[in-house]
Design a protein around this ligand. Structure first.
Ligand SMILES: NC(=O)c1ccc[n+]([C@@H]2O[C@H](COP(=O)([O-])OP(=O)(O)OC[C@H]3O[C@@H](n4cnc5c(N)ncnc54)[C@H](OP(=O)(O)O)[C@@H]3O)[C@@H](O)[C@H]2O)c1
Length: 345
């Protein structure tokens, strides 16, 4: 019989890539989606798997719904990818973020403990838990100091995952993932804002892109590589926690420069702080501006991951360069904007 996986957050970036990977491996994939006016299938359609996933109504806020799903599906593997995942929004919605990112993890763990204790569990933790970093690079032993309600909420989910493993012997693993991007990344995230913005500028649909802190540095990988790491964590005999990262850090500024090349621009920077602008050398037009509106109230420091435990124990590595990721994202957005007038997701 095919193995069964339940993926929460299947309508998101990672959910779509993970569903594709699991289907390719022969799993029966159940995908949890929230009730909304949208179908939640856009990303699955782009990957050509919308018809292959069994969508089930799912909401992190509903304990009864979670209990019923786990009791009836009894999945071999449950990947909890659903979350309020946008850091900036977590300052505006700290309580809602806490409910879905923190408390809801306990709802799922309780469901597994009560109704399906053999289910292997993956929790989507994050490098944002390191926040004001104590050491560079960060690994599984680095102390946490989250700098946003998002980071704090995810830290609770991380520790509950560890706690249910230690208390009840659940096969529960936490993936501490550094940023990972793709053409399916949500439009509010900076890399996608850059790729889609530049594609629209190139097609004459907007004048410029407006960004926050150009010198914020992140460790960026490709989502398609990272979902393979999630799956590998659940194939191990013993559950554990793993950092997945590229091991390289780049500034937002550098990502803009790289992405601009694929869109046919070359950027020259002028000015400083919020007066800084990025000018396209060829046309002389200002195509990047900065606004304090997009600065975080508390910035995280130098996020740089050390994924050597994953390399050693999972034989996992991040294999896509940031140049390739930027080019892939801009190209996909250019193709969509030319064909459809806008990106499909
Ligand atoms: N991408 C990264 O760089 C990164 C790094 C570290 C950790 N993470 C974590 O990894 C996970 C996947 O990331 P992603 O980039 O794929 O995020 P994403 O694209 O924002 O997807 C989030 C998913 O969660 C769902 N969701 C939100 N609130 C929900 C609720 N109350 N009930 C049920 N579903 C809900 C969303 O559904 P709707 O479509 O209905 O909104 C969406 O499917 C998230 O937990 C994120 O925090 C991501």
């Amino acid at each position: 019989m095919a193995r069964r996986a339940l993926v929460t957050g299947i309508s998101g970036q990672d959910g779509a890539y993970l569903a594709k990977l699991l289907l390719d491996k022969g799993y029966e994939v159940f995908g949890g989606v929230r009730r909304s006016a949208r179908s939640g299938q856009d990303r699955l359609s782009v990957l050509g798997i919308a018809e292959s996933v069994r969508l089930v109504d799912f909401d992190l806020a509903e304990v009864g719904n979670i209990f019923r799903l786990v009791r009836t599906i009894r999945p071999d593997e449950l990947y909890n990818l659903a979350a309020q995942s946008f850091v900036a929004a977590s300052w505006e919605f700290p309580l809602a973020t806490t409910d879905v990112n923190a408390v809801a993890v306990t709802r799922i763990l309780e469901a597994i403990r009560l109704f399906s204790p053999e289910t292997r569990f993956y929790q989507a933790s994050t490098s944002e838990m390191f926040g004001q970093v104590r050491t560079v690079p960060q690994n599984e032993d680095t102390p946490f100091h989250p700098r946003s309600p998002y980071g704090v909420s995810k830290l609770y989910g991380h520790w509950m995952t560890v706690n249910y493993r230690e208390s009840f012997g659940l096969h529960a693993s936490s993936g501490i993932l550094f940023n990972h991007e793709s053409p399916l990344r949500g439009r509010e995230f900076v890399t996608r804002k850059i790729s889609l913005g530049l594609a629209r500028v190139a097609e004459g649909l907007q004048d410029c892109i407006i960004l926050g802190n150009l010198d914020a540095k992140r460790d960026w990988g490709f989502a398609g590589d990272y979902v393979e790491g999630m799956w590998r964590m659940l194939q191990r005999e013993a559950p554990s926690d793993f950092v997945l990262a590229s091991g390289e850090t780049r500034s937002v500024r550098s990502f803009v420069e790289t992405a601009a090349e694929t869109a046919g621009f070359q950027i020259r920077w002028e000015g400083s702080a919020t007066d800084e602008v990025g000018i396209d050398v060829g046309s002389g037009k200002t195509i990047v501006r900065v606004s304090s509106e997009f600065y975080r109230p508390a910035e995280v420091d130098l996020l740089l991951g050390d994924a050597s435990k994953a390399a050693r124990e999972l034989d996992w590595r991040s294999t896509t360069s940031v140049e390739d990721i930027a080019a892939m994202m801009v190209q996909a957005d250019l193709d969509d904007v030319k064909r459809f007038g806008d990106a499909r997701v």
